[in-house]
Design a binder for this molecule. Structure first.
Ligand code: NDP
Length: 336
């Protein structure tokens, strides 16, 4: 069977490619440039022609996915703009591509591939949590309230909520023969396979951790103090959940949170600090002081029951996630 994976170059998606190939699937990944496509192909060269890439430069282009969906058996729609790398203009460069990319994939399947039975969409905790900078307000409400003054972080949060919303609306209005599954991860960390040779090309969630370790001490301390607790999850478990969600019949039409446990950023730093071989690599890190968070209470948690019961995910220990993410970032840091 062949699976279409959008945004195959991404942090999560490159791990998904690995899981799909190890399960014997053929993978067609969409990428934005030939160079990145070739990188992913070389990463999985042992799979030979079981990995192929097609160029879809723009998530928003009408009919952009029409050719990509032809002949595939299932679709994983993972691509979406992240706030750190999107061009300025948050409504048109973050929110619109997230929404239109989702509808574009869904309509392509509806119109050009009657064999697709399931489409898995990467949503986010942002679709269900209150927006952290405006407690009591959901991300979409926050975005609408801020209008043209909306900041990139808020726009990203809203883009995830709104992209998932348009997918469920599509299901109601179009009643396609396929079903969908929304996967909702919180902060995803772990080993990095995605293309890039410097920390600047890290995806957003890993970059935050990298900045705490290598950035200005005052900024790092302020970040740790001013950010709420976050549930975290390992990228390898998220990748596995996407593939399992494609396969389990009773995952259909569900929203499935994939999450391990809730932590303060300070706790993530403590894990690294406690491993001398890792801590030594960051002599200028601000290791902070336990208990200095402004958020002493839990911001929110997520319930991973469905992911365990339906998808059979057995989560990795969160400390292993942080340690492996850090090792991977150190490797990337050396390539600068
Ligand atoms: P990455 O930035 O590594 O991956 C994003 C992918 O989307 C890349 O392949 C990127 O292509 C592609 N992309 C971004 N903008 C566009 C665009 N305008 N047009 C076409 N393609 C685009 O991030 P992650 O792997 O972390 O994120 C993958 C998915 O997981 C996203 O949907 C994200 O919202 C979601 N998610 C991530 C979380 C996390 O903590 N990492 C948490 C919750 C959800 P290119 O490589 O060319 O830039």
């Amino acid at each position: 069977a062949t699976v279409l994976l959008t945004g195959a170059t991404g942090f999560i998606a490159t791990q998904v490619v690995g899981v799909l190939l190890s399960r014997g699937f053929r993978v067609r990944g969409t990428v934005r440039t030939t160079e990145k496509g070739e990188y992913v192909k070389s990463l999985f060269k042992q799979a030979g022609d079981r990995f192929e890439y097609v160029i879809v430069e723009d998530l928003q282009k009408d009919d952009g996915f029409n050719d990509a969906v032809r002949g595939v058996d299932g679709i994983l729609h993972v691509a979406s703009p992240l706030y750190r790398t999107a061009p300025t203009g948050v409504w048109e460069n973050i929110i619109e591509p997230a929404k239109r990319g989702t509808t574009s994939v869904l309509y392509a399947a509806l119109r050009h591939n009657p064999n697709v039975k399931r489409i898995v969409i990467t949503s986010s905790y942002q679709a269900v949590a209150n927006y952290s900078l405006d407690p009591g307000t959901m991300a979409k409400e926050y975005a609408l309230k801020m209008g043209k003054d909306l900041d990139p972080v808020g726009a990203y949060a809203a883009s995830k909520a709104m992209a998932e919303e348009v997918a469920w609306e599509f299901m109601k209005t179009e009643k396609p023969s396929f079903d969908i599954v929304a996967i909702l991860p919180p902060l995803v960390c772990g080993p990095i396979l995605q293309p890039g040779t410097s920390p600047n090309t890290l995806n957003t969630s890993n970059f935050e951790l990298w900045q705490l370790l290598t950035g200005n001490k005052e900024d790092a301390s302020a970040f740790v103090r001013n950010n709420p607790t976050m549930p975290i999850v390992d990228v390898r478990d998220v990748a596995l959940a996407h593939v399992e969600a494609l396969l389990h019949p009773n995952a259909g039409n569900r929203r499935i949170a994939v999450t391990h446990s809730v932590h303060r950023y300070q706790e993530l730093l403590d894990v690294i600090h406690d491993v001398p071989q890792l801590a030594d690599q960051f002599p200028n890190a601000s290791w902070g002081e336990p208990g200095t968070s402004n958020y002493d209470s839990l911001w929110y948690d997520m319930d991973a029951t469905l992911s365990k019961e339906i998808l059979g995910i057995e989560y990795r220990d969160w400390k292993e996630t942080i340690i492996d993410a850090t090792k991977s970032m150190i490797e990337r840091g050396k390539e600068q």
